[in-house]
Design a protein around this ligand. Structure first.
Ligand code: FES
Length: 98
């Protein structure tokens, strides 16, 4: 479990947090917050260093795109989906669980 202040998250700027020993990419998009595993399924790149467009995140290393809502791999070279994590927003508190 990880707790983050909602007002510390900037829309469109992902961050990496530790959830029970797993690196998780947390992304706020407007009033919604999504969480997917931080390590790209193609190789060892950190997705929280990638770029968000709409609800997609692009891996900075080889350009694979993933849907932040579902973890689905949208474009090659990644083919496997990212694991998603449960996100609860209560006021200013964001809770991410495995
Ligand atoms: S490591 Fe992410 S696309 Fe290759």
């Amino acid at each position: 479990m990880a707790e983050i202040a909602l007002d510390s998250l900037v829309s469109g700027k992902p961050v990496a947090v530790d959830v029970d020993g797993v690196a998780v990419c947390v992304a706020r998009i407007g009033d919604e917050v999504f969480a997917v595993e931080d390590t790209c399924t193609h190789s060892e790149a950190s997705l929280s260093e990638g770029e968000i467009t709409g609800t997609k995140i692009e891996c900075w290393l080889h350009g694979a795109e993933f849907d932040l809502r579902t973890g689905e791999a949208l474009t090659p070279p990644a083919t496997a989906a990212l694991k998603t994590f449960k996100v609860e927003v209560n006021g200013n508190q964001v809770v991410v669980t495995n």
